[in-house]
Design a protein around this ligand. Structure first.
Ligand code: AMP
Length: 459
């Protein structure tokens, strides 16, 4: 039985699950939720896309007592992006439970506003370990009432050096709590953390789908270094290239590949750790709202990126180690759709491919690629284009105001308006590419929520 209704969940949570359109549990949910709802500690091997957020989210919301104004659940994530996504998912799951207070606390953000919003303890905190530790130390956050601790993407947190911070946090919160640990990989140090912070955990590993067909198809392509870019460009011309993630091992290659693809007529953007937070946010917004077809990223920058159902992931370079490779390919083939993960491999990179083969335990699926002669400029533009409005939540601007202005005065059909993201001081809206300039002119000429706001397109 995999219906959510077989679980002892509050009606408010079953209602959210229904609103979200989850007709049945994903394997990770079916295997972990019964134990989590009994209060057991759980260690689960789960990739992004497996439905792990809803699994721990439902469990922690089930045990939440809203009338008790104390911090009751703490979710630790490796990056701000992931923390934001987890918060969003939890808010949706909690939509039918009135007055749940949830706060996201991440590093890289000023401390002042966080302190101001902590005058009363929230029920749930989602955050990065360093910043959460700081608040617990300062006494601006109180861990004495915590019933559930979630370590999300625990392997990534260890990679990023958060091991000590996590131990310190565990020492500062209520002694008796449930610990739910999620990790895409199970290296020894994860088992070590589990031994330190968990009691007799239920272990959940989701096997490959029962029908024997892997949800991810892997292909390895042998290519000469000088033809790598041509190979990449060719692989990106198909339907799947409309929403693809490309990994490079090095930051400078990320920029070079993005520039070259852009010059060849692709809507491609780079994402790496050297970028300002605002630029990173803008790139992520454009990739999620389909204004950017191809995102080229380093492994570090792609952590926490949560875009569902990516049809294609390409390793432009073979990953340095098999774990990183596993993480890369885990970005595709999600929620029931088969994804394609292609790895380009030059002769010099063969030893790294062999390492992957060893971990995989079967021969790598090599396939030939016949490079077609250059055809001049191929246009592979994303279907949407993003407009930026220089006003946001602080100006009380809501998605509905933007949609209203576009479909009202500006005369667009709702179908031509895509995702709307409202940040504190700016808002982004995706428009069908061919209509973007018209929408821009009309918005500039008219008003949004009765005001003249500055609007421009994102290149
Ligand atoms: P996650 O692994 O938490 O990043 O979730 C991946 C995606 O799967 C998210 O977009 C969820 O909304 C979606 N999802 C989670 N649970 C289910 C479910 N039972 N059925 C369908 N989609 C789901």
């Amino acid at each position: 039985m995999t219906a959510f209704s077989t679980l002892p969940l509050k009606p408010a949570l079953l209602a959210s699950v229904e609103t979200l359109g989850y007709s049945e549990m994903t394997p990770i949910q079916a295997q972990s939720l019964p134990a989590m709802l009994e209060g057991r500690d759980v260690i689960a091997q789960a990739q992004t896309g497996s439905g792990k957020t809803a699994a721990f989210g439902l469990s922690l919301l089930q045990s939440l007592r809203v009338e008790t104004i104390r911090l009751q659940a703490l979710v630790l994530c490796p990056t701000r992006e992931l923390a934001d996504q987890v918060s969003k998912a939890l808010r949706k799951l909690a939509a039918n439970i009135p007055n749940v207070k949830l706060l996201t606390l991440c590093g890289g953000m000023p401390l002042g506003p966080q302190l101001a919003s902590l005058t009363h303890d929230p029920h749930i905190v989602v955050g990065t370990p360093g910043r959460v530790q700081e608040h617990l130390k300062r006494g601006s956050l109180h861990g004495g009432g915590i019933k559930v601790l979630v370590l999300d993407e625990a392997d990534r947190m260890l990679d990023m050096g958060f091991s000590e911070a996590i131990d310190d946090i565990v020492g500062r919160i209520a002694k008796h709590h449930q610990t739910l640990l999620f990790s895409a990989t199970y290296p020894d140090d994860i088992r070590e953390v589990s031994r330190r912070v968990q009691r007799n955990p239920v272990e959940v590993i989701v096997e490959a789908p029962a029908d024997g067909k892997p949800a991810i198809e892997q292909q390895f392509i042998d290519v000469e270094p000088a033809r790598k870019l041509d190979a990449l460009a060719q692989l990106l011309t198909g339907e799947r290239g409309q929403h693809a993630l490309v990994f490079c091992n090095m930051r400078r290659d990320v920029d070079a590949v993005a520039e070259e693809l852009d010059a060849r007529g692709y809507s491609a953007l780079a994402l790496h750790g050297d970028m300002e937070q605002r630029d990173r946010d803008e790139v992520l917004v454009q990739f999620a709202n389909r204004s950017c077809a191809v995102l080229i990223a380093t492994d570090v920058a792609a952590r926490g990126l949560d875009i569902t159902a990516l049809p294609l992931v390409i390793s432009y370079d073979v990953a340095h180690d098999p774990d990183t490779h596993t993480h890369r390919i885990g970005r595709t083939g999600r929620a029931g759709q088969t994804g394609l993960a292609i790895t380009l491999c030059t002769p010099r990179e063969l030893p790294k491919a062999e390492n992957i083969e060893q971990v995989l335990g079967r021969p790598l699926p090599w396939r030939p690629l016949k490079l077609s002669p250059p055809r001049g400029k191929t246009l592979n533009l994303a279907p949407m284009k993003t407009l930026v409005i220089d006003a946001g939540r602080q100006d009380k601007l809501r998605p509905g105001d933007i949609l209203g202005a576009l479909t009202g005065d500006a005369g667009l059909k709702a179908d031509d308006v895509g995702k709307i993201d409202v940040f504190a001081t700016r808002a982004y809206v995706a428009i069908t590419r061919s209509l973007a300039n018209r929408a821009l002119e009309r918005l500039r000429a008219g008003k949004i929520k009765g005001r003249n706001l500055r609007v421009r397109t994102l290149a």
